[in-house]
Ligand binder design. Structure first.
Ligand code: FAD
Length: 152
């Protein structure tokens, strides 16, 4: 009787740990593709696989994280004035080729990340449209659309 109770507890506990591990694995977001050695300077960028097809490391001297359109415009204006090569980088960097690499021989390349340009700006239920900033994730759009359809 006692042995069977113990084995039931062990089975339940094992199942609980198993489900906990699965939940942890499923809900862990992928690593940030941009890594910098000091604050937001001396950076590298890769894709969501962790390596570009040619296995080379893409370097950028700096990454900036604008949080508004106004900030974005001034960053781009300043970089243009200084003839800096710049590329847009997203939170997940899904493209397999080196599209996000500034490829700057002078090592002065700038990454403009849309990580924090991720607001949902306007939802027009009648027109069935959502206006979003360019860094919004698919998960955010789907969640917002689901909230709207629940309200109807
Ligand atoms: C598992 C997997 C499945 C995929 N399936 C498909 C599929 O079914 N169909 C398909 O078409 N593709 C697919 N792709 C490819 C991927 O969806 C595309 O490459 C897409 O461009 C990645 O978008 P991203 O937001 O991650 O941008 P990134 O890869 O970071 O950027 C893509 C390019 O767009 C530029 N860019 C990004 N945002 C902006 C912006 N706001 N303004 C200006 N330039 C910008 C970047 O500089 C870069 O050159 C898949 C990729 C993966 C990893």
């Amino acid at each position: 009787m006692l042995i069977s109770l113990c084995s039931k507890i062990i089975i339940k506990f094992t199942l609980f740990i198993f489900l906990l591990v699965i939940y942890g694995v499923i809900s862990t977001p992928p690593e940030d593709p941009i890594k910098c050695s000091s604050n937001n300077t001396n950076c590298t960028i890769t894709n969501s696989n962790g390596a570009f097809p040619d296995q080379s490391i893409c370097k950028a001297s700096e990454v900036v994280y604008p949080t508004s359109e106004v900030e974005l415009i001034s960053i781009v204006a300043l970089a243009s004035e200084n003839n800096r090569k710049m590329k847009v980088a997203t939170r997940f960097s899904h493209s397999i080729p080196k599209l996000t690499c500034p490829d700057d021989d002078t090592q002065n390349g700038l990454l403009v990340s849309t990580k924090f340009l991720n607001n949902v700006l306007k939802i027009d239920v009648d027109a069935m449209t959502i206006s979003v900033e360019s860094g919004v994730t698919l998960r955010q759009i789907i969640s917002e659309a689901a909230i709207c359809s629940d309200r109807q």
